[in-house]
Design a protein around this ligand. Structure first.
Ligand code: GLU
Length: 288
């Protein structure tokens, strides 16, 4: 049986889409059309405090305006929290998860913690806490996040595979063929899997969803390249299939900065109201 290829665009509904999103969505869409693959839109709304239904509606409307068409029903991460909790339990049972009681301030003031793509790299303060200290803190109701012991997770994943881990990046080989890149998520520090408020981290939800939705090709921006080694480790530990990755270039604005919601980049809605067409957007992001 041959498996039908599938890719996705996975926006977080915490703002309006800008041309950087359009580029990402169109790259995945064009790839799906060229490969007769399934195309999926997934709403990444685990963080309920930042997600809004009106943004979700507007994002889907903008994607349809761009000419995209996707499988129904659309999966919303907020509707699958018990699945993610099961994944978290499995990692816990493997002894790879520990409670972290640090506040943001504790982490910021910790000795010489370097900066990574997700802010200050967590220096591992709570990893060596004794069982007694942990239990006392838990018993007194100190708020805690759950973190993955990334070094042990990598070690176990490599033992399970019997080999050094790699991931496949489309087109990165010397002759434009797929290349295999080494996996080492340790520089990012021990990532949070569940926040203090119970919100499941993107890293866990995304690998579980890609597997649940049969995604064979993860097409997303280079800004998430740093996360792929961790995602590969989680896939091995959770016994999930391995997708191929394609991290595309990022669209910058006139100042040369990457477009981003939080930077207030011009939205597709505003451009549309100004008479810009989907074809103009394609030209603008260089995929005409
Ligand atoms: N939800 C993520 C974002 O909006 C994308 C995640 C992914 O493509 O893996 O940046």
């Amino acid at each position: 049986m041959t498996i039908r290829l599938a890719t996705r665009f996975a926006p977080s509904p915490n703002g309006h889409l800008h041309p950087g999103h359009a580029f990402s969505a169109l790259t995945a869409w064009d790839w799906a059309c060229a490969h007769d693959a399934r195309f999926i839109v997934r709403i990444e709304d685990t963080d309920r405090s930042r997600s809004r239904e009106d943004f979700e509606r507007a994002q889907l409307e903008d994607l349809a305006w761009l000419g995209l068409d996707w499988e129904q029903p659309v999966r919303r991460q907020s509707e699958h929290m018990t699945d993610y909790a099961r994944g978290l339990d499995r990692l816990r049972d493997l002894g790879l998860v520990y409670p972290c009681f640090c506040t943001r301030k504790d982490i910021a003031t910790a000795a010489q913690a370097p900066h990574g793509p997700e802010g200050i790299v967590y220096p591992g303060t709570c990893r060596p806490l004794s069982k007694d200290v942990r239990e006392t803190k838990l018993a007194t109701g100190t708020a805690f996040a759950l973190r993955l012991d990334v070094a042990r997770a990598l070690d176990l994943a490599e033992r399970l595979k019997g080999n050094r881990l790699t991931f496949t990046e489309e087109g990165c080989g010397p002759d434009g063929e797929n290349g295999r890149l080494p996996v080492d998520p340790r520089p990012m520090g021990d990532p949070v899997l569940a926040r203090k408020d119970g919100v499941i981290a993107y890293h866990l939800a995304v690998v579980m969803d890609d597997a649940a939705q049969g995604i064979t090709h993860v097409i997303r921006g280079q800004d998430l390249f740093f996360a792929t080694p961790l995602h590969r480790v989680l896939q091995v530990l959770l016994d999930l299939p391995e997708p191929t990755y394609l991290h595309h270039r990022l669209i910058t604005d006139e100042t040369g900065e990457r477009m981003a919601k939080r930077r207030g980049s011009t939205t597709l809605r505003d451009m549309r109201a100004d008479g810009v067409t989907p074809q103009d957007i394609r030209r603008m992001v260089g995929i005409d």
